[in-house]
Design a protein. Structure first.
Ligand code: ZN
Length: 354
């Protein structure tokens, strides 16, 4: 299938999926991981990630099955499990949503990457040191991260009509809230994901056309959903391993607003009133192992060539001043000392002219 054919097909596939889900959800059980969830009820459980060499894991989830037909919305937290506010937000949401008042189904993944959560790792899973959000669509025969990705794809992405991949600054990242609006190239489909990005309500929205179009190497959860015709966004709210109320409640509000946008619960969505669109972004990576000392914080505007921070070696000797590659806003800055060659130091976003 050519790329243009595939792109044209995305909208139609999505519409078919929505119609199918809407008709299927009226009175029928929702099936996940071998469990059946009747309409008008909620159920929690764990998906099994098969063991290899004696080591497996599970993925805790909750399904809330509305009494009336509507889309299946997947809310996924903890792909990076040192990112706590989205994880805490879903526990709160679980008790806020009444299945009797719900259209469609909410499928929550509480902690996608449980091994990382248990061992408190940033970026990587502790079993294979892979970044779960770079190994989709995964492989059931592969390493732990690859197997988790494969289970998430089979049990969550494939059962969802719309997906929110909920992140925040990792344990070492000072980050301002923002949303990735991932561009598929299909105009009608991208209009839907644009509305989704707006509905989540964050002011800063990255127009992201950098994700690949090959499902076999989709890398990211959100991209994996999009390449299978399911509108998805990636959200980032929270930072530095904190559990601050503002970040947790912002995640709750974003998810509820998306549910209202999709007509799943009563009330009007709270879209971003005057969004700041970011049409180019770049993550600047460290060229050295050592310590990073930021000179500027998250949310600062920087000029091209302005020093954002400096790197010293393990003896405290200066190695490099790290500069902004272009003028823009600091979306995140590493906020703890360790820096390693090839790992992020900061991300700059260029603000689009209105
Ligand atoms: Zn993340």
């Amino acid at each position: 299938m050519s790329r243009s054919t595939m792109k044209k097909g995305l909208g139609a596939v999505m519409m078919a999926a929505m119609v199918l889900a809407a008709s299927a959800s009226a009175g029928q059980d929702f099936v996940i991981g071998g469990a059946r969830v009747p309409s008008g009820s909620r159920a929690s459980g764990a998906l099994t990630v098969p063991a290899k060499d004696g080591v497996g894991t599970e993925i805790p989830y909750t399904v809330i099955r509305g009494v009336r037909p509507g889309p299946v919305l997947a809310l996924v937290a903890g792909i990076h499990a040192f990112e706590y506010p989205p994880i805490l937000a879903l526990y709160r949401l679980k008790d806020m949503i009444d299945p009797k008042a719900l259209r469609g189904t909410v499928l929550m993944v509480h902690i996608a990457n449980l091994p990382s959560f248990k061992k408190r790792t940033i970026y990587y899973g502790p079993d294979d040191w892979k970044n779960l959000n770079r190994v989709f669509p995964g492989d059931l025969e592969g390493t732990m991260s690859q197997r988790i990705a494969a289970v998430l794809n089979a049990e969550v992405v494939k059962r969802a009509d719309v997906l929110l991949d909920m992140h925040c600054g990792d344990g070492n990242e000072a980050l301002i809230p923002y949303t990735y609006w991932m561009i598929s190239g299909d105009k009608a489909f991208d209009a839907k994901t644009r509305e989704l990005a707006l509905a989540f309500g964050l002011t800063h929205i990255i127009i992201d056309d950098t994700r690949g179009h090959d499902l076999k190497n989709s890398k990211y959860l959100g991209n994996t959903a999009i390449l299978q015709g399911k509108p998805a966004i990636t959200t980032e709210v929270g930072y530095l391993g904190r559990t601050d109320e503002e970040s947790v409640s912002r995640n709750v509000r974003g998810a509820l607003s998306v549910m209202r946008h999709l007509g799943m619960i009563a009330g009007a969505p709270e879209p971003a009133a005057d969004p700041v669109w970011i049409d180019k972004y770049e993550v600047v990576y460290s060229k050295h192992d050592g310590l990073f000392t930021p000179r500027l914080g998250m949310g600062y505007y920087v000029r091209e060539g302005q020093v954002v921070g400096s790197v010293t070696d393990y003896l405290g000797v200066w190695r490099e001043d790290v500069k902004a590659p272009f003028t823009g806003i600091l979306l995140y800055v590493i906020g703890t000392p360790p820096c390693n060659t090839g790992e992020p130091l900061f991300e700059v976003g260029r603000v689009k002219d209105k």
